[in-house]
Design a protein around this ligand. Structure first.
Ligand SMILES: [Fe+2]
Length: 255
């Protein structure tokens, strides 16, 4: 038999569910208890990761104010929304990367958008690095070799990626992704990413893993560049952390 405390907890959850005045079966109560557990699990499930450099570290290519707002307001908002939106469709024990691979066309937009927003930005911060003097910055090692094989040379890769990022309509991301032995450039809308299982023609299609990411939402560049997305993209190449991109590539090519 339920204690008064349990009863109050269940009543509270019933209120949250908007059916407080209804009589409920034991099964329904169990479901509501599960909602309570999910709430507890998700309360602090997502955290804003530490930024690996100071807000002004990417100057003069990304300005301090943009970085501060982008990280403390935009990224924080995705985290807060996720923590405020408990979902039985999220495996809270898995990594954020694996969580993204569970997103499909049936996922609610609030989870899809905010999980994508959180994962994409967490990745993006690590793929940038300070280079205040704008020294030449190109990939090396195995990733450089694969880029050369796939796109003829680095300049051709850079040109194709830049064009794709510049011509993407509206908000979204441009990616270099690895998919079962090959690397390709693609864009996604809003906060979608290549890990998500969206609009698949073949449900057995292998997972696409991001190696490089570029945020082309206006909030990423508008304060400094206004409508000149191409200038932002051109300067992005100066601060790409190729060492991190190479690390991501080496991790996924083994899968
Ligand atoms: Fe962003």
């Amino acid at each position: 038999m339920s204690s008064r405390r349990d009863f109050l907890k269940k009543s509270s959850l019933l209120g949250l569910a908007g059916i407080a005045s209804n009589l409920v079966s034991n099964n329904q109560l169990n479901t509501l208890e599960n909602i309570g557990e999910v709430t507890n699990q998700s309360n602090q499930a997502f955290k804003l990761p530490p930024l690996p450099y100071a807000f002004d570290a990417l100057e003069p290519f990304i300005d301090k104010q943009t970085m501060e707002i982008h990280y403390t307001k935009h990224h924080q908002a995705y985290v807060d929304k996720l923590n405020a939106t408990p979902s039985t469709n999220i495996d809270y024990q898995s990594t954020d990367q694996i969580k993204c691979t569970h997103i499909d066309n049936t996922t609610t937009s609030v989870i899809r958008n905010n999980l994508g927003g959180h994962y994409n930005h967490s990745l993006f911060w690590t793929l940038l690095m300070p280079n205040p003097e704008g020294k030449p910055n190109t990939p090396s090692g195995k990733l450089a070799a694969v880029i050369n094989t796939s796109f003829t040379n680095f300049d051709e890769f850079k040109k194709q990626f830049s064009e794709k990022a510049a011509t993407h309509f509206g908000s979204g991301w441009c990616w270099l992704v690895y998919q079962k032995g090959k690397i390709v450039i693609e864009t996604t809308v809003n906060q979608d990413n290549p890990l998500m299982r969206l609009n698949l023609k073949n449900p057995l299609e292998p997972t696409k893993y991001p190696i490089l990411a570029l945020d082309v939402w206006e909030h990423a560049y508008y304060l400094k560049y206004q409508n000149k997305r191409k200038d932002y993209i051109e300067n992005f190449w100066k601060i790409v952390n190729w060492q991190q991109a190479e690390k991501l590539f080496l991790e996924v090519e083994k899968l």
